[in-house]
Design a protein around this ligand. Sequence first.
Ligand SMILES: Cc1ncc(COP(=O)(O)O)c(C=O)c1O
Length: 412
Amino acid sequence: MSLTKLIQTLDTELKQAQAENRYKAPERVICGYIPSTGKIGPRYKLVGQSGSYFRMNSNSYLSLSNDPELIAAADEATKALGVGPGAVRFIDGTFSQHVELEQTLAKFIKKESVKIFNSAYTSNCGLALSLTNKNTYWVGDELNHNSIIRGLRISGVSRENKGIYKHNDMADLERILQNVPSGIERVVVVFDGVFSMRGDHAKMDSIIEVCKKYDSNFKDGVITVVDDSHGIGAYGKTGRGTCEYTGTLDDIDIIVGTLGKSFGVNGGFIASSKEVIDTVRQKADTYIYSNSLGVAECAAATRAVKITDSPKGLKLLKNLEDRTTQFRSSIESLGIESVPGATPIVPLLLKDPLKVRSCVDFLFKEGILVTGMAFPVVPKGQDLIRCQINAAFTEEDINLVVAALKKWLESN
Ligand SMILES: Cc1ncc(COP(=O)(O)O)c(C=O)c1O
């Protein structure tokens, strides 16, 4: 046996992706972190590069990844219990740090119960596996995250058992709910809270209103699920995400989130009623058959949630909001198209892969890290640069990026 024939095929596919500008650039490697100093936010060192870089593509919106409190919590847990759980949760791989994290999240999210997963990706897959039976009908926004789409696929949801509505289009959602096939007993409507590429948010209040109208048509009702991976810890006055921003915290049935963005660590979770969460524990393969987080990550994430829910967290959220407003209004003044909104994801909608590459390369030379997004990560023709604001940014940092963008525009 040999890999020769397979290698030829893969090589052809990779070259095709390159020719179509879909090939992801080689990964840059971070090897150093320089904390904030006064008017300058954190900077990063890269392997093979001298100088330091300003990072505008981090999901760690509250800059908690490098917070000394989280690092101390992780160290303490590791010293006490080691680095890995040694087994999946139900085979005595459950430690007190897992339980404390679940309880802390439940209190913060204001839901009865929480299960943590090793990522939000596996949370979405596990939730789909748990809620799908032959009489389940899934409804989703066309721009939902890949993990939601993949979750439905691995759960064997057929074309006939799902409907996709146009992005944030409530009339289309209602049309789908009106046309659910007969025999369906459970409808699950699932959507991103903050859409990860465009940075706009789901019209959750309207979605809930529409879903309520059709709830009595189905034996198990119409269930609403938000994946607010980019919203929780970054959006809403107290960081409770899109539910808080849209005033729907009490109405949403199930919340999926990540610990790897605002909370600065790693992992994911599902929050809901005790019964939903117990069902997830019984049925979600991605929970049952895969190791959970280590105690260090759990302890650090618990600390992160507690910080978010404290005066320190409110201060971070306020600076995040102020820097977001500053950047959004600055790029508008430069005439760069974006998606209106108030979330810290600010896309530069350049709509052309070559322009995206030119801008990314230009900013890199100016010491700024951003990432271009092309099909299939975004729809064809919607090529963009996703800029992400961070609570550790200063006013001067944003001015520096805006000046670099101005230079790029002038040189084009
Ligand atoms: C909406 C959404 N869900 C899930 C994920 C996956 O998160 P994680 O890295 O925790 O798997 C992401 C991250 O890109 C996301 O944007």
